[in-house]
Design a protein around this ligand. Structure first.
Ligand code: ADP
Ligand code: ASP
Ligand code: MG
Length: 407
């Protein structure tokens, strides 16, 4: 007998028919003699709709009240799924995140799971119940409900799999697995059979929303193998696992992130300590800085540019604007019509020429690169938002139109 965690995203539970489809997957797994813990997202666009409702009332609502609202989406889908499973004649109970023992910190809207106290889940499994849990949420130490950030149900599922030492964690979604690019946007995108934690983490962090990046981080930390698969077609999906258990792919995917803005501090005096001062100001405000570029100093000054998530742009400007004069710089400019396009692949480490090929694809598509950043397994470029879809297509074509680049 195995313990299997199955997570179903919003599309998979969007309506009555889909709920019965999920109930069928879950009860078949149970009938094979497994303990089954199910994690659900809110139905369809419920979370977006709830945010829109909040905005009709107060665009500045406190994060605590937003969490109070947003946690309700998952309560609806969990109870409805439990009713569908009941109707099929199986023993089932639905639990809210807090009933299932999710303890988080108090960072409303983007809380981190501190621990899971799975006694209740275990008790219900011992009673032979299928356990359906609301994803995306927990309770902080003041007994207030918190949410884990958009897409956070993936992380709820992996956390339960880790806490309960599950044998398998399946993430059911609306595509057949992890692809070399978003299959809804890029026609030739290919499904990957396997991908390493590190590559998946990069792809997820660089804009491929198919998995919440923290779920991948957690899966890697606790060595939980994930399977990403479709609830609709029920074909084998993509396995996410440790790199040393697989062949290295030269490039495993292309991702796009439009949630970026570029900030430049112009005319910074060319002397030691100023980069330190600028970035420590930003880090004190918890602002996530990504690509950094410093121009070569000319006539005693230089420009320092960097990118931040769009949601942090105003904070970054608020922190730095009063500081410009103090450090003797001349001005700050920003641009929020930029996008980051990246390629990820563990094989690029040992293969020079990958960057050149990526840049060639952009050149052929007549797309200007504004910033570049690289690490061992990824290359990102910052370009104009208007060029982003074309860029992904051109780069994807370059690497994936011929033989699958397996190294
Ligand atoms: P769920 O509601 O099941 O959590 P999401 O919408 O969060 O589903 O994630 C699935 C979506 O991720 C797909 O519909 C697809 O458009 C998008 N996506 C982006 N990049 C990729 C990729 N590389 N592989 C697969 N899907 C991707
Ligand atoms: N319902 C939440 C969202 O839409 C969490 C999730 O689906 O994972 O972001
Ligand atoms: Mg998701």
């Amino acid at each position: 007998m195995a313990l299997i965690v199955q997570k179903f995203g919003g599309t998979s539970v969007a309506n009555a028919e889909r709920l019965f489809n999920v109930a069928d997957i879950v009860t078949k797994t149970y009938e094979q003699g497994n303990d089954v813990v199910v994690v659900v997202s809110a139905q369809g666009d419920t979370t977006d709709d709830l945010i829109a409702k909040a905005n009709e009332i107060n665009t500045n609502a406190s994060k605590r009240e937003m969490d109070m609202l947003l946690t309700s989406g998952e309560q609806i889908s969990a109870s409805l799924l439990a009713m569908a499973i009941e109707k099929l004649g199986f023993p089932v109970i639905s639990l809210l995140g807090w009933q299932a023992g999710f303890v988080t910190n108090s960072n409303h809207g983007n809380a981190r799971i501190k621990r899971i106290l799975p006694d209740r889940i275990q008790k219900e499994l011992d009673k032979k119940n299928i356990v359906v849990i609301t994803g995306f949420q927990g309770l902080n130490r003041y007994n207030d409900m918190t949410t884990l950030g958009r897409g956070g149900s993936d992380t709820s599922a992996v956390a339960i799999a880790a806490a309960m030492n599950a044998d398998l964690c399946q993430i059911y979604t609306d595509v057949e697995g992890v692809f070399t690019a978003d299959p809804r946007k890029i026609k030739g995108a290919k499904k990957l059979d396997v991908i390493s934690y590190d590559e998946m983490l990069e792809l997820a962090s660089l804009g491929a929303q198919v998995l919440h990046n923290r779920s991948v981080e957690m899966a890697k930390k606790y060595n939980i193998e994930l399977e990403v698969l479709s609830s609709l077609t029920r074909k084998p999906g993509t396995i996410v696992k440790e790199a040393n258990k697989m062949e290295k792919m030269l490039i495993s995917g292309v991702a796009k992130d439009t949630d970026v803005a570029r900030v430049s501090v112009i005319g910074v005096p060319d002397k030691p300590g100023l980069a330190f001062k600028i970035f420590s100001k930003l880090s004190a405000k918890n602002i996530n800085v990504d690509i950094i570029l410093q121009s070569i100093g000319r006539s005693g000054t230089k420009d320092i540019s960097f990118t931040v998530p769009k949601s942090d742009l105003q904070d970054a400007l608020d922190v730095l604007e009063p500081y410009v004069e103090v450090i003797g710089a001349s001005s700050i400019v920003y641009d929020d019509t930029v996008a980051k396009v990246s390629i990820v692949g563990a094989g690029m480490e040992s293969h020079p020429g990958v960057a050149a090929e990526m840049f060639e694809a952009l050149y052929e598509a007549n797309i200007n690169i504004r910033m570049i950043s690289t690490s061992e397994i990824k290359i990102s470029v910052l370009i104009n938002t208007a060029d982003a879809d074309r860029a992904v297509e051109a780069i994807h074509d370059k690497f994936f139109s011929g033989e699958f680049p397996m190294k």
